[in-house]
Design a protein around this ligand. Sequence first.
Ligand SMILES: Nc1nc2c(c(=O)[nH]1)N[C@H]1C(S)=C(S)[C@@H](COP(=O)(O)OP(=O)(O)OC[C@H]3O[C@@H](n4cnc5c(=O)[nH]c(N)nc54)[C@H](O)[C@@H]3O)O[C@H]1N2
Ligand SMILES: Nc1nc2c(c(=O)[nH]1)N[C@H]1C(S)=C(S)[C@@H](COP(=O)(O)OP(=O)(O)OC[C@H]3O[C@@H](n4cnc5c(=O)[nH]c(N)nc54)[C@H](O)[C@@H]3O)O[C@H]1N2
Ligand code: SF4
Ligand SMILES: [Mo]
Length: 673
Amino acid sequence: MKEYKKTICPLDCPDTCGMIATVEDGRVVSLQGDPDHPYTRGVICRKMKGYPARLHGPERIQHPLIRVGVKGAAEFKRISWSQAWDYLSSRLSKVIDTHGGESVLPYCYAGNMGLINRFAGFPLFHKIGASRLEQTICSATARAGWVNICGGVGGTPPERAEEADLIVIWGMNVKVSNLHFWPYVVEARKGGARLVVIDPYRNDTARSGDEHIWVRPGGDAALALGVLKLMVEHEWVDDEFIDRYSSGFGELKAYLQETRLGDFEDQSGVDREAMERLACMFFETPKTFIRVGVGLTRNSRGAMAIRAIGSLAAACGFFNGGPGQGVLLFTKAFSGDSSKLTREKLQVQSPRVINMIHLGAALTSLAPPVKALLVYNSNPLCVAPDASMVRKGLVREDLFTVVHEQVMTPTARFADLVLPATTFLENRDLYTAYGHFYMGIADPVIEPLGESISNFDFFQTLAQKMGYLDEPFTQSFDERLQSYFDTLKELPEGFSFERYQPGDYVLSQKSTATGQPFDTNGNRFRFVNEELPEQSRYPLLATAKEFDNPDLKARFPYRLLTPPNDRLLNSTFGERYTGDTGTVLIHPDDAGRRVIVDGALVRLVNLRGAVIRRARVSEDTPPGLLVAEGLYWPADEQSGTINELTSQQCSDSGGGAIFHEALVDIIPLPMDK
Ligand SMILES: Nc1nc2c(c(=O)[nH]1)N[C@H]1C(S)=C(S)[C@@H](COP(=O)(O)OP(=O)(O)OC[C@H]3O[C@@H](n4cnc5c(=O)[nH]c(N)nc54)[C@H](O)[C@@H]3O)O[C@H]1N2
Ligand SMILES: Nc1nc2c(c(=O)[nH]1)N[C@H]1C(S)=C(S)[C@@H](COP(=O)(O)OP(=O)(O)OC[C@H]3O[C@@H](n4cnc5c(=O)[nH]c(N)nc54)[C@H](O)[C@@H]3O)O[C@H]1N2
Ligand code: SF4
Ligand SMILES: [Mo]
């Protein structure tokens, strides 16, 4: 007998789709988009359509495993949970007794966006006094830039784009990373809207646009400021908005007037003509919607880019909140009290803080050393920068590594103990979204496979095995959920937690708010931020850390971007493509210079490492720029992940990574392997 059950996609994707699972004999046989979800509208991506194969597939970890081979060889023996708990709790307690709580490092991110399971480990790590992981790997730079100009408010509801006359997609591959936004673009274009895509290469979205502006990587602040300079010259800015809702425009204007347009052209790689065209479009089109991606912030001028784009939009009056008008970086539909999930108060002292993008350094050179690493909801060997350094840490014999996972990831292969995790289809959770304004609770669709347990059950049990009996560790799942729910302010009138049914998609009250109030000091948009150091009070031109390093440029002449593709969600689903190197786009001129033919295997190298990819010779990328889409797992024992090449350096603000700012060389392999 077939049953149909509603659920919600747990992946780190702005779309957070409502889905219907078809269940037959205790197995999920298909997943489809829920037509009743107002944003999903019955469609899901092909990655998730194939999820049942991952759920029930041979790669799934169903039992606790203990290492019997060398680290990294993935030779494990099955043990019982009772053996696993004894081993885990005694080894962890010993590490804490001998080296102190700070020698324990949790490593987690967003493999599961369900709020309860995502933060399930925090109370225990606070109790232990573990090193704190600074969670910067994704949006920290973008957030820092946004907060600088707008404060803590969220962006415009995506649905408003449907009424726009001009849509600008800036640094985001919407057709891949945010595909449910695309139908609004299609609708708007039916009504005559124009689509401009600003990206260093011709990605899927740029290919579908009316105009593609080939900005240089990291050149967005220069582009936005150049356009704004022209708008100031033409007296096209929205003086009324600027006077009523902003501060500091005069200071920024003076900087723009004294800086040559040529400097903005040089740094952005966009010429005056294109800048004039953009300026003119912005002036003539009040119904402009700008969808800003986090892609453009993964470099050493990323926060500056957000500030400059925001400043341009503000000067045009696009934050006014009129029909078809807006700026969307993230929605911030629900803002509950996260301490109900993380329970900071369990922390007796403030432990050291480790930025998650510095995992390589933390495991190899930090003193006093990290002695126990607990990984869940993440696959650091694939997603963290400078992977060879991470690997060097993971092979350390004196490091106790525990990985709670669904499949045998490249990171799990290095674990001393691998523990089976449930998927979203086997556990309950609450899902909010960062790309729209709905949330929902999903119940398990099937029983947990094998002996897998959820993050929540894992950490509650571990805490109890370690003898911690504080209130957070005795809470049931629903008690924790309810405690968080009680702090949510944006729930619709009459909402009742008790009466909630799976498939109720709850719309935040914020979605109907008009206008765009800024919750900065004084509730004004900040062209100038007085709290910042003198040299960055307002958005301006700046040099890049790696791309502008002359020594590195001389040795490694190509710039590398490493954005997502449509097969993988970060590194999730990597098991489907084992043996696949992934591709790298190279311009025909560069391919000619390096004697590389389309389809050939090439080695990308720099001082940090090397990785093998298959060349795609294409004019979709400009000369000098290589693009390697997708965080594929290492294709074989010899090769690594694309993050072998990326740097542990931080962006300009927020401590984020510079994944799209690596200099490399490209070398053809002698022959196909
Ligand atoms: N299919 C799929 N969807 C995903 C993901 C995935 O891995 N696969 N990841 C999810 C996650 S975790 C996130 S955070 C979001 C990320 O989604 P996005 O905000 O789209 O960010 P990225 O995907 O990192 O980058 C996308 C685009 O940014 C461009 N870019 C890089 N550098 C620059 C620059 O300096 N300037 C400009 N203008 N553009 C630049 C890249 O060329 C690329 O086209 O997507 C989510 N959705
Ligand atoms: N070069 C480069 N690197 C990047 C990026 C890039 O664009 N370029 N993007 C960055 C971005 S935006 C992000 S967000 C990070 C993402 O980094 P991560 O959040 O680490 O993302 P994933 O690679 O998807 O790994 C998540 C893992 O969690 C596991 N998992 C899923 N659900 C659960 C669960 O309920 N319990 C447990 N215990 N495990 C679970 C999955 O099986 C998967 O292996 O990567 C970053 N790395
Ligand atoms: S990954 Fe994104 S698009 Fe795909 S089902 Fe999940 S939320 Fe929807
Ligand atoms: Mo992300």
